[in-house]
Write a protein that binds this ligand. Structure first.
Ligand code: SF4
Length: 701
């Protein structure tokens, strides 16, 4: 019989069936994808029995090489290193770095392990590099962060959708079924993106804005909506606060100025504003484009302001939402692996939240540490006085995914001790002192929460290879060795989920009424779901906002320049993103022959005019250079990018790592680094050598 489970990759979490012979098909009974999968989903089985799979713990020997060791020795080395580091530098000198790919159960137990077993404040995760700006904007404006506060099916009934900086046709192809239905129903889709992406090709119109001008466009549209009297004044008066400051702010975003800032002609601004203002239902969706900037919170907030002014939030087929990226990017940011958070999306600084969680964990409230360092700061201070000196990484590959990659490798090498749990030897694992082989996706049970806030079940279809353990088993065993075993009584996912339910009860992300049985019966359950009798909440905000006064909040923050504007030395914008055939840092997808064939080398997309000016031809090796370093790419010439902009995917490590070039200046509220924009120049590779990264023992396969 086939096993019904979900894809290991993106936050759409398409339903799939894994047959006994390992073949994979879309699950026609799961409403999100109705049987569709993208090429990554169809080929996901390739990594399960891959020959490079880690099956034994590895530890560094006296010669600096990684050698196989027993679990007992590996775990013993880890607890010895934790003890030595904490004795020398204090408890917070041990840090934990998690992932938006972990199941809810793992994310929950990782946060608890950090606070209860390690007693450190420093736990954070790679979702900071993905969703933190949208999350912060949603929390402060709407009182809650659920990526889409409505089910995907609502897209099909929206009269007008404005999609800003998201490329779902390439990153989540099955999601396009809802846009196809919207089009068939007579709806319009306008895509805002500096690139003419695959999604933009399908749209009614495409606004190729100047990189970094997202908020200026939102305010330019809102200026016209105010001017033409299209603000839903009744909604604004009865359901929101703070609009008058935003009304005053947008007065200075007149069309001529906005055309200069964004590159969008005045006539187009007027046309789009008119369509927004007159539509019966308006949906605004943002992606990483506006969010992965040092003003990411204000960018997302500008589009929330626009949706609120139109009275769209909380109405059918309408509102604002963000398209979560990583597989469990939503659940992973709800249950305590963030530096400032306790389970249920509770604040770690809130005395009532601390009391509740302390009761569930059976610890003294004052023993729970306070807020720790967010990811970018945690990584930037590795090895420094006051920073983290021993780091445990679960399911993440920051050596490739974090900004300013060469500097990060230096910081990782400055650690006293690095532990990585993964199923392949990633670039980060290759730098570790101890590597733990973990179970993956179709080998384990658990829950994930997709981009709609729908909690779903991941089911095991095959047994993990001999010698591999789950992260839950590892955390429980380490906790026992650290003297806290009784507070980590079970590594069974269903038991951990029962504890998560209790810990989240009463929080913003309340899972108390969600059980494995209900998920099976109902094709997933939408949080918040506070009791067994509660139906779950597919649509938020119909009756109010979870803020102290029940109203949504406008935030007036003007558009700012990017942190590093192009200049005479570095005259081009460099922007980064994803390709259809790869996922994150290619740890899995590079080992899937069909996907690797689709894109086996890192390319940089260059406009024909720019290519001519720099003497570049299709297929040539080039160097991109920024103030942080250099990286090597193959030229692809295309008019889908602007003449002032280069596009490179972020999936590669080594010499093709675009994150050697990005900078670490982060949003002051969310901590999101500005992955999407920096100033760069491009030259034929023959004109410059790429410096090799600092050599460490081991190598990523
Ligand atoms: Fe998997 Fe995402 Fe592709 Fe669906 S869209 S098959 S979840 S990678």
């Amino acid at each position: 019989m086939a096993t019904r489970t979900h894809c290991p990759y993106c936050a759409l979490q398409c339903g799939m069936r894994i047959e006994r012979d390992g073949t994979i098909a879309g699950d026609a009974g799961f409403p999100v994808n109705a049987g569709r999968l993208c090429v990554k989903g169809f080929t996901a089985g390739a990594v399960l029995a891959h020959p490079e799979r880690l099956t034994r713990p590895l530890a560094r020997n006296d010669a600096g090489e990684l050698d196989p060791v027993s679990w007992d020795e590996a775990l013993g080395r880890i607890t010895d290193a934790i003890g030595a580091t904490q004795e020398r530098h204090g408890r917070d000198a041990v840090g934990v770095f998690g992932s938006g790919a972990l199941t809810n159960e793992k994310a929950y137990l990782l946060g608890k392990f950090a606070r209860v077993a390690l007693k450190t404040a420093n736990v954070d995760y790679n979702g900071r590099f993905c969703m933190s700006s949208a999350a912060a904007a949603a929390n402060r404006a709407l009182g809650i962060d659920r990526g889409l506060p409505f089910p995907l099916e609502d897209i099909s009934g929206a009269e007008f959708v404005l999609l800003v900086g998201g490329n779902v046709a390439e990153t989540m192809p099955p999601l396009m079924r809802w846009f196809e239905a919207q089009k068939a129903n007579g709806g319009r889709l306008i895509v805002v993106d500096p690139r003419r992406s695959a999604t933009a090709e399908t749209a009614s119109a495409h606004l190729a804005i100047t990189p970094g001008s997202d908020a200026a466009l939102a305010y330019g549209l809102l200026h016209l909506i105010v001017r033409e009297g299209w603000v839903d004044e009744g909604y604004v008066a009865s359901r929101t606060t703070g609009f008058e400051r935003v009304r005053a702010l947008v007065a200075s975003y007149w069309p001529g100025r906005v055309e200069r800032l964004t590159g969008v002609p005045e006539a187009t601004l007027l046309e789009v504003a008119g369509q927004l203002g007159r539509a019966r239902s308006v949906m605004i969706l943002t992606g990483r484009g506006p969010e992965q900037q040092w003003q990411g919170v204000n960018n997302a907030g500008a589009y929330i302001n626009l949706a609120l002014a139109l009275g769209a939030v909380g109405k059918p087929n309408s509102g604002w939402g963000t398209l979560t990226g990583q597989g469990n990017g939503q659940g992973g940011r709800e249950h305590g692996q963030k530096a400032d958070q306790l389970p249920g999306y509770r604040s770690i600084s809130d005395p009532a939240a601390r009391r509740h969680v302390a009761r569930v964990w059976d610890v003294a409230e004052e023993s729970i540490p306070g807020p720790g360092k967010p990811a970018a700061e945690l990584l930037a201070t590795l090895g420094y006085i006051g920073g983290v000196h021993a780091l445990l990484v679960f399911g993440s590959n920051p050596a490739v995914s974090a900004p300013d990659g060469l500097a990060l490798r230096e910081r990782l090498s400055a650690l006293d001790f690095l532990v990585v749990s993964d199923f392949f030897l990633s670039e980060t694992a290759a730098l570790a002192d101890v590597v733990l082989p973990s179970a993956q996706w179709a080998e384990e049970e658990g829950t994930m929460t997709n981009l709609e806030g729908r909690v779903i079940r991941r089911r095991a279809a095959v047994r993990p290879p001999e010698g591999v353990r789950t992260d839950l088993q590892v955390l429980c065993e380490l906790a026992a060795r650290l003297g806290e075993g009784e507070r980590f009584p079970s590594a069974e996912p269903c038991m951990v989920f029962e504890e998560l339910r209790a810990a989240s009860a009463g929080g913003r992300a309340d899972y108390a009424g969600i059980s494995y049985e209900r998920i099976d019966r109902e094709s997933g359950v939408f949080w918040p779901c506070p009791s067994d009798a509660h139906p779950g909440t597919p649509r938020l905000f119909a009756d109010g906002f979870p803020t102290p006064d029940g109203r949504a909040r406008f935030h007036a923050a003007s558009h700012q320049l990017t942190a590093e504007e192009p200049d005479a030395e570095f005259p081009l914008f460099l922007t980064t993103g994803r390709l259809l055939g790869h996922y994150q840092t290619r740890t899995q997808t590079r080992r899937t022959p069909q996907l690797e064939q689709m894109a086996s080398r890192p390319v940089v997309r260059v406009h024909p005019t720019t290519a001519r000016r720099h003497g570049l031809v299709k297929g040539a090796d080039v160097c991109l250079e920024t103030r942080r370093g250099r990286a090597r790419f193959v030229v692809e010439i295309t008019s889908t990018v602007r003449p002032d902009t280069l596009f490179a995917p972020f999936h590669w490590g080594g010499e093709g790592s675009v994150n050697r070039l990005t900078h670490g200046i982060a949003d002051p509220i969310s901590g999101m680094p500005e992955f999407k924009l920096c100033a760069a120049r491009i030259r034929p590779a023959s004109e410059m050598a790429v410096p090799a990264a600092k050599k460490m023992g081991g190598s990523a396969a």
